[in-house]
Design a protein around this ligand. Sequence first.
Ligand code: FES
Length: 163
Amino acid sequence: MTSPQTLALTPHQEQALQTLLRRYQGGGQSALLPLLHDIQAITGWVDEPTARAVAHTLGIPEIEVHNVLEFYTLFYNRPVGKHVIRVCNDLACMLAGHEAIIRALADHLGVPEQGGTSADGRFTLELHPCLGHCELAPFLMLDEEPMGPVSPDQIPDLLGGVS
Ligand code: FES
């Protein structure tokens, strides 16, 4: 279900969003994933009015947009931090010591080890099933950037290097 909250966009973000919607006009179902990906790169997540605009732009039922937002873990229908850290929580990473990484991130961000968003809204920590880079365990993704193997003492530098 989409969050009752709505996006608070800057004029620049609003303009970029409208430009995107014009570019994808009439794109149909096949354009849904790329459009949502491009929107999220601007807005961070997709609210109800934007989901409606996506459906209208592509000429597809709204329910299809909501289904994708709920099914794909890389899309968000609720507010998230400016940066999202996805830590793999699956077997290979578990065996490689992912718990220490999760603890270091949670301590540093002041969020529960199960995940959450830092009080300043800069980071969201999430735990995910296998992210497909088991050879780099323990593995995480900082936004779109794959990282691994990661050690707990790298965490402060890793977070400090993000604007
Ligand atoms: S088990 Fe962690 S990336 Fe596959």
